[in-house]
Design a protein around this ligand. Structure first.
Ligand SMILES: [Zn+2]
Ligand SMILES: [Zn+2]
Ligand SMILES: [Zn+2]
Ligand SMILES: [Zn+2]
Length: 352
């Protein structure tokens, strides 16, 4: 299962979509394979950069670009940044006690007014700013946790089970089984790369509402704020002294999650399937931490900004099971690698 992380009031930099981008700088990027494109740098982290082409944003490896481009990124990273959008500051800025913003970023997303001295405001995870007294006029996206104004939110953004999503996440949200099976195939292959064998038993997926997911969870006595749930069954048959065990699994996932999040949830659940077929039991932090290694592996290769954000949430998650468990297991994984990690987990398995 996946437990939703609480809202962290730390700043995860993100571009304010649709914001007036006086500081945006379109330039021509040249890749080492000779491809060229006009784009704007929106984010850089480690060896990755994000470029925006019109409404589209993609992740690239920095070393795929020319020397001139790499130098540009190096300078860009060194610039002073806006606390709201994390883009380099220009001349029109607003300073508060300890942070600096673009003038065009320094306004409440609910009422649209610029903040004045003495105003109390909240800085959200994606750099969204809102008056404290106007927080009730905003929704928070259940997937990326971005705040957005209630006014103007379409009915499509408000699901029947009470969840809400922002426009960005809705664009990429999955409601159909075909996409789900495509993702399943893609993720199974990615997990095989790390030695996680395909399940022996049949895996069935169900796209469900929050209500139904919670009901299913209650039946097997788990709780929490879930996004996915794996229910595994096994059947033992003995004939002529030989015992065979057959498995079947149902993976419940919430409908309407954007692909990056759904990938992360499915891979977490597929790790549960792997553990369940081996009869592995253990402390919750070991089990859930291990399953989050599946999410980690998949999110690392996902080229979307949401994936970076979800990774960051996992790294800073305060839950002793999902957060601490993940940090413990990823540290162990770095030490011993996948092959030994899988052996260690398998050794915890019991006979059926
Ligand atoms: Zn889990
Ligand atoms: Zn800004
Ligand atoms: Zn306001
Ligand atoms: Zn969102």
């Amino acid at each position: 299962m996946i437990l939703l992380t609480r809202i962290h009031l730390l700043l995860i930099p993100f571009l304010l979509l649709g914001a007036d981008s006086a500081w945006a700088e379109k330039r021509t990027w040249t890749m080492t394979n000779g491809r060229r494109a006009l784009a704007e740098l929106t984010f850089a982290e480690g060896s990755f950069i994000f470029l925006r082409f019109g409404p589209l944003e993609r992740r690239f490896e920095l070393n795929e670009f020319s020397q001139v481009d790499r130098e540009y990124v190096r300078k860009w990273v060194g610039k002073e940044r806006c606390a709201a959008c994390n883009l380099p500051l220009t001349t029109r800025i607003k300073k508060t006690a300890n942070k600096t913003y673009h003038l065009s970023c320094f306004h409440c997303l609910a009422c649209g007014k610029s903040f004045k001295g003495g105003d109390r405001f909240i800085l959200g995870q994606w750099g969204n700013l809102v008056h404290s007294q106007h927080q009730s006029q905003t929704f928070q996206c259940g997937s990326c946790r971005r705040f957005f104004p209630r006014r103007g939110a379409s009915t499509k953004q408000q699901f029947s089970d009470g969840r809400v999503v922002c426009r960005v996440c809705l664009q990429d949200a999955v409601f159909d089984k075909e996409t789900l099976s495509e993702l399943h195939a893609e993720l199974s292959a990615m997990m095989k790369d790390k030695g996680i064998a395909s399940p022996e038993g049949k895996v069935e997926f169900k796209l469900v509402s929050k209500r139904e997911l919670n009901n299913q969870a209650k039946r097997i006595h788990v709780g929490g704020n879930l996004k996915g749930l794996t229910v595994s069954r096994f059947r033992k048959e003995s004939s002529k002294g030989e015992t065979t065990v057959t498995f079947s699994h149902i993976i419940y996932v919430l409908f309407g999650m954007p692909k990056a999040e759904l990938r992360s949830v499915i891979s977490h659940e597929l790790m549960h399937v792997w553990l369940n077929e081996r009869g592995v039991e253990g402390p919750a932090d070991v089990i859930e931490g291990f399953c989050n290694l599946g999410s980690d592996h998949v999110l690392r290769q996902d080229p979307s900004r949401l994936a970076v954000h979800l990774m960051e949430n996992m790294k800073t998650d305060k839950s002793p099971v999902y957060g601490t468990g993940y940090r413990k297991m990823i540290a162990r994984l770095k030490q011993i690698g996948w092959a030994r990690m899988l052996n260690e987990m398998q050794a915890r398995g019991k006979k059926f």
